[in-house]
Structures are given as C-alpha cells and as structure tokens.
Design a protein around this ligand. Structure first.
Ligand code: NDP
Ligand code: MG
Length: 390
C-alpha cells in the first residue's frame, strides 16, 4: 500500500485528489489530511479515507475538529506547526495543495523526509525554487508538478534532452475579463472576477486568473522548475483551455499537451508517475471542437505578466516579494479596499521599494529569509494600499 498525505485536502485540488484516491482506497494508506476552516469536510474525508491524522491550520478550530472526530480514533491537531509536523510524517507521496506561501514550509518538510512532493502550490517554487529543489536533491526526494501547464511541459519532456529545448509555451485562458473593454477593468467586482470561463478552482486562483497574476506566478514557476531562461518562456492566450502547454525543440518540432480542463489529469499523472493509469477524465473528441485559438497577451490588460519578467530579471528573493505583495493586494481587493487594477500597482510599488533597499533582495535564499521577506512585503503592500486610499 502506498502511504500518502494531502495538505490542503479540503480545497479544490485536495478534493480532486481525494476523488481519485477514494476510487481505489485499498491501494492507499492515508496518513495525514490537512485543511483550514472547513472542519466538516476535513472530518468527513479523514473518516472516509481512514486517515491517521487530521490537522486544521487554525488553532481556534481545534475543538471543533476534536468534536467532529470524537470516538473515531483519528488523531487531531491545529496550527501551522502542526501542518509542518504532519508533512514530516514518513510517507511515499505528499500532495501540497495549500493556497499561498503557507504551503512553503510544509512542502520543504515533506522533502526532508524523502517523500515525492506533488506540487500544486506554485507559490513554493515562486518564493524559494532553488532552495526547494536543493532540499529535494539532498534528501533523494522528488518534486512533481501538478499545475496543469507544468504537468503538460513535464510530460512533453519525457525522454528529451533539455539542451534540445528552444522554448516553453504555457497557455492562459485569459480569465473572466479577457473580452472586457480595458476601461471597465478598474470597476470589476470580486464576484465578476471570481467566475472562470473554463476551470472550476478555488476563489483566489480564479481571481488571479482574471488578472493573470496566476500566469505570472506560473512563468516564474516554469523558470524555477525546468531551469529554462526567462527569454525561452512564452505565454499564449488560448480561450478554449485545451492545449495546456507546448515545448518547442531546436529542430522546430512543437510538442503540445491537450486535454479537457480537469485537474484530475495532472493530479493523477503525479500520483501514478512514472506509470500512466486509467483516469476518470473526459476523452477529447477533436472533431467536436470547432476551433483552438491562440493570441499574444496584451500587457496593458495583464500588467502582472510584465511584473513577472521584472521579478525573473531581479532574481534572489524577489519571487517571495512578488508573491507576498500579490497575496496581500488580493486580500485587499477581496475586502473591497482596492479596485481590480490597483492590485498590480500595489505589487509594483512593493517591488520598487525592495529595489531601493539595497541588499534585501539579494540575501541568501534560506527559509528564514524567505519568511521574513514575505512578512515585510505584506506590510509594505498594506502601506501601499493605505497611501493610495489617503
Ligand atoms: P482552495 O482555496 O480551494 O484550497 C486551499 C486549501 O488550503 C484548503 O484546504 C484550505 O482549507 C487550505 N488553507 C487555507 N488557508 C490555509 C493556511 N493558512 N494554511 C494551511 N492551509 C490553508 O485552493 P485551490 O485548491 O484552488 O489551490 C490550491 C493550490 O493549488 C494553490 O497554490 C493554487 O495556485 C494551486 N493550483 C490550483 C488549481 C486549481 O484548479 N484549483 C490549478 C493549479 C494550481 P479550507 O478550505 O478548509 O479553509
Ligand atoms: Mg495552472
């Protein structure tokens, strides 16, 4: 039996993973499930999958979790340290599907115990790519991509030599506002930004798709994961979300990965890797698809993509700054304190302020430095929001 743990089990990715595991539960020994505020779901899944341990990220919800699992024999715990401890329990495979930079420390802990880390949490690579991959190497552990574009690139690269790669193209649906007049974006509401044309995902990544902050994170994730130069990474707007990524080789060949927009493909690929097993995803009928469209993204509509280029050029801790500032700007947008287009302005201000403080960006890439930088970037994002309001 394979021992597995799921971090962020109650979220959109976590629930898709549980769907796959529950279909073949006899093959798995589920060690830990972690969640956040959704105690009911966490308790229900922990019982259904026979988990050894259930952890909520929030200490004030421990009693609720205890009540929900009373008499089940399942161990309970709460808080960020408890999630890190859960990630460190020996297993073969850990899915990191926590949202935000909170996923970084548990992911590193999972690698330290030698597990294969299936990584949906792209923030882990954006904030500390080199550190994470080095931790994997030192512990004979492995990181497998779950983000659909990166899983697609990974699959297109099987058996290939990285020296033969000319370019990596990741696609973007264009999000909720792809066809909106530019001048209307400033007044876009949270509800409008929270509906995705093709994918059913958590609210935060859905809004990040509308602003393309999600694609910006993914460009950086591509650079970190595959070690390609920023100039080799392209983004194409592809409204149908059928081609997830393409790899261009030096002989001119372009290998594309196609599939329906269903995250169970990428999760399942990482779960069964290096094998391919049956997965309950719809089979594409290309004759039924009337068209597949591709276009270059408009950087005026999606300034986040330009910021991603700046971040890659700056290097060091700027990925951590970018992600933290983006997370806070998104919090402020969701809370109604700033408009949709102000998010990119806030992130840009925070990056500039870090630039002005010589030395901060180029401190060594340690977990402590990443966490301190993350903290400061959030504070500076809050200050940028207040300045704008004042
Ligand atoms: P969701 O918001 O649906 O789920 C997030 C999970 O993290 C939930 O289990 C949530 O608990 C938990 N959580 C929330 N806050 C914390 C915290 N502070 N500490 C620990 N756990 C916490 O997100 P998604 O599933 O959409 O996304 C998860 C990750 O996967 C993100 O990094 C996203 O970018 C990435 N991803 C998602 C895709 C998708 O299709 N959804 C596609 C590709 C990548 P609770 O809900 O109980 O509060
Ligand atoms: Mg993606």
């Amino acid at each position: 039996m394979r021992k597995v743990s799921i971090l962020g089990a109650t979220g959109s990715i976590g629930q898709n993973a549980i769907d796959l595991i529950a279909r073949d539960i006899k093959a798995y020994n589920v060690v830990a499930l972690t969640g956040g505020a959704n105690i009911r779901q966490l308790a229900e899944d922990a019982q259904r999958l026979g988990a050894q341990l259930a952890v909520t990220a929030f200490e004030d919800r421990l009693q609720d979790l205890r009540d929900a699992l009373q008499g089940s024999g399942i161990e309970v715990a709460a808080g960020q340290n408890a999630i890190i401890e859960a990630a460190g329990r020996p297993v073969d495979w850990v899915l990191s599907a926590i949202v935000g930079a909170a996923g970084l420390a548990p992911g590193i802990e999972a690698l330290k115990q030698g597990a294969t880390l299936a990584l949906a949490n792209k923030e882990t690579l954006v904030c500390a790519g080199a550190l994470v991959l080095q931790t994997a190497r030192e512990n004979d552990a492995r990181v497998l991509p779950v983000d659909s574009e990166h899983s697609a690139v990974f699959q297109a690269l099987v058996g290939e030599d990285m020296d033969a790669v000319e370019r990596v193209i990741i696609t973007a649906s264009g999000g909720a506002f792809r066809d909106w007049p530019l001048e209307d974006l400033a007044s876009a509401t949270v509800t409008q930004a929270s509906s995705h044309p093709n994918w059913d995902m958590g609210q935060r990544i859905t809004i990040d798709s509308a602003s393309m902050f999600n694609k910006a994170l993914e460009v950086i994730e591509t650079r970190e994961f595959f070690g390609v130069d920023p100039g080799q990474i392209e983004v194409l707007v592809h409204p149908e979300s059928i081609v997830h990524a393409m790899v261009g080789f030096r002989d001119g060949a372009l290998m594309a990965h196609l599939g329906p927009p269903d995250m169970r493909h990428a999760i399942g690929y990482a779960l069964h890797w290096p094998e391919r097993r049956d997965l309950p995803v719809e089979r594409l009928d290309l004759a039924q698809l009337s068209q597949l469209r591709f276009s270059h993204p408009d950087l005026n509509r999606y300034p986040a993509l330009k910021l991603a280029r700046d971040v890659m050029a700056r290097g060091g801790l700027s990925g951590a700054v970018f992600n933290a500032a983006k997370e806070r700007a998104l919090d402020h947008f969701i809370a109604g304190q700033i408009g949709f287009t102000t998010m990119a302005v806030v992130v840009s201000r925070v990056l500039d302020r870090f630039d002005a403080e010589d030395g901060l960006i180029n401190a060594p890439l340690t977990l402590d430095n990443v966490q301190q930088t993350d903290h400061l970037a959030r504070q500076w994002a809050d200050e940028a929001v207040i300045k704008r309001a004042g």
